[in-house]
Design a protein around this ligand. Structure first.
Ligand SMILES: [Fe+2]
Length: 388
C-alpha cells in the first residue's frame, strides 16, 4: 500500500486529501507505507544528525525491528545508542533513566520505536535532556523554555496515536497519576507509519491497542473542544478501524487491514491534538493506576457506559447516530467481544467497596473536563456500578 492506495481506499468517502495527508499537523510530517522505515537514516541525515538515541523495548528487539532501523541509520552514517528498558505505562522514574542514559552520549536526534510507551518515554526524555528538571515540571502545555531535539516516531502498534501528538503521557512515580505534558516542540518531526512493523504484535496487544484507538475516535468526536477539522479526523479514524478491526484479529498479516488500523490510530491522534478526550479515559485511568488493568481494556470496558451517559444530550446522540448504522454502544460491545475483553469490573477483582475511591479519582482527571457532559463523583459512581 502506498499513499496513492490510501487515496483510493478513501475515494468513496467524504474526506479531503488534506485530511488524508495529515496536513493539519503543524509540526509533524507523516510518511506512510510498507517498508517506509527504511528511509529513516536518510531522513536523519536531512536533519544533520550524527548520533541518535533510539528508545525502545525488549519485545521490539526480539521482533527484529530495531535491526532494520539500525541498518538504515548505519547506511547513512548516523551513530546510534539504544535504550531498550521501556516499560508499560512509563513513569517519571523511567523517563529519568532514559534521559540519564542519553546525557552522557551527546545525542542530536531521538527516535521512539515501539508502542505508545516507547514513544512517550522518548518524548518525555527529550524534555529532560534539553530542559532539565523533572517530568512533573512540564505537566500542562508549553512549560519548557529551551528548544528540543528533533524526534522521529516509529509506532509498532496501532493504538495511542502518540506519533501525531505533542503530548507525552507519563505516570507520576509516587502517585501513579497520569500527567499529560505537552509542547509543540516535543511533537515528532517525522512519523513513519510502516504497517509491516505492526504484524508481529501478539493478539492481546493488537486487540487492546485497537480498542484504545477506536475509543480515541469516539471520544474525540464529541468533546467540548472538538472542531470541524478534528471531527473529520475522528470520523475517518472510526471508519478505518471499525471496518478492519475484525480482519486484523482474524488475519494478523493482512497488510491492508494493518494499514487501516495504523492510519486510523494516527488520524485519531491527530484529532486528539485539538479535541482531547473524554470521560471513558477519565474513568479508565484510576482502573489502571489502582488495579493494573491495561489502558485499552479499561477504556474499552467503560466506553459503552459513557456513550449511553453522553447520549442523554440529544446533540451528542445525533453525532453518535451519524457514525454508524447501528447503536454505537452495542457496536463497541461487539468489538470488545471480538477482542476477547471481559466487560465486567468484577472480573478484574474490583468490588462494590472500591467504586467510591475510583469515582473520586476519576472526577479529578484532566481529560474528563473535555467530555461533552459534566461527570461528577456521583455520576462516575453510577457509571462504575453499571459496569460492575
Ligand atoms: Fe487511550
Amino acid at each position: 500500500m502506498t499513499n496513492a492506495d490510501v487515496y483510493d481506499v478513501c475515494k468513496d468517502l467524504d474526506f479531503s486529501k488534506d485530511i488524508i495527508n495529515f496536513v493539519h499537523l503543524n509540526s509533524t510530517k507523516v510518511i506512510f507505507g510498507p517498508n517506509c522505515v527504511r528511509f529513516v537514516g536518510n531522513k536523519a541525515k536531512e536533519f544533520n544528525a550524527t548520533k541518535a538515541l533510539i528508545v525502545t523495548d525488549s519485545g521490539i528487539l526480539n521482533a527484529g525491528h530495531l535491526d532494520v532501523v539500525l541498518e538504515s541509520m548505519n547506511d547513512s552514517q548516523v551513530d546510534c545508542i539504544v535504550y531498550s528498558e521501556v516499560t508499560e505505562n512509563p513513569s517519571s522514574y523511567d523517563v529519568n533513566n532514559c534521559a540519564t542514559f542519553a546525557k552522557s552520549h551527546s545525542v542530536d536526534l531521538i527516535l521512539g520505536l515501539g508502542g505508545g510507551s516507547s514513544l512517550d518515554t522518548a518524548k518525555g526524555a527529550n524534555f529532560i535532556i534539553t530542559n532539565g528538571g523533572e517530568m512533573k515540571d512540564y505537566r500542562g502545555i508549553d512549560k519548557a523554555s529551551n528548544d528540543m531535539l528533533p524526534f522521529f516516531a516509529i509506532p509498532t502498534t496501532a493504538g495511542t496515536g502518540s506519533e501525531c501528538q505533542s503530548f507525552a503521557i507519563i505516570s507520576d512515580t509516587e502517585t501513579h497519576e497520569k500527567m499529560a505534558c505537552g509542547d509543540k516542540r516535543a511533537a515528532a518531526r517525522i512519523a513513519f507509519l510502516d504497517p509491516l512493523l505492526t504484524t508481529t504484535q501478539p493478539f492481546k496487544i493488537t486487540a487492546q491497542t485497537g480498542i484504545d484507538a477506536i475509543s480515541h475516535s469516539i471520544e474525540s468526536l464529541v468533546t467540548k473542544t472538538k472542531t470541524d477539522v478534528s471531527e473529520k479526523y475522528s470520523r475517518l479514524s472510526f471508519h478505518l478501524i471499525n471496518r478492519s478491526f475484525e480482519n486484523v484479529i482474524k488475519d494478523p498479516e493482512n497488510i491492508n487491514a494493518r494499514s487501516d488500523m495504523l492510519l486510523g490510530a494516527a488520524y485519531a491522534g491527530t484529532a486528539i491534538e485539538c479535541s482531547m478526550l473524554g470521560a471513558a479515559h477519565a474513568a479508565a485511568n484510576p482502573m489502571t493506576a489502582k488495579f493494573s488493568i491495561p489502558h485499552g481494556v479499561a477504556v474499552g470496558i467503560m466506553l459503552p457506559h459513557i456513550i449511553k451517559y453522553n447520549s442523554l444530550d440529544n446533540e451528542v446522540a445525533d453525532v453518535y447516530d451519524s457514525l454508524i448504522g447501528q447503536c454505537l454502544s452495542e457496536r463497541v460491545v461487539e468489538l470488545l467481544n471480538i477482542a476477547k475483553i471481559k466487560v465486567r469490573l468484577g472480573e478484574y477483582g474490583i468490588t462494590n467497596n472500591d467504586l467510591l475511591s475510583l469515582s473520586e479519582a476519576a472526577a479529578t482527571q484532566w481529560t474528563g473536563n473535555f467530555n461533552p457532559r459534566r461527570v461528577s463523583v456521583d455520576d462516575f459512581l453510577e457509571l462504575y456500578k453499571s459496569a460492575l
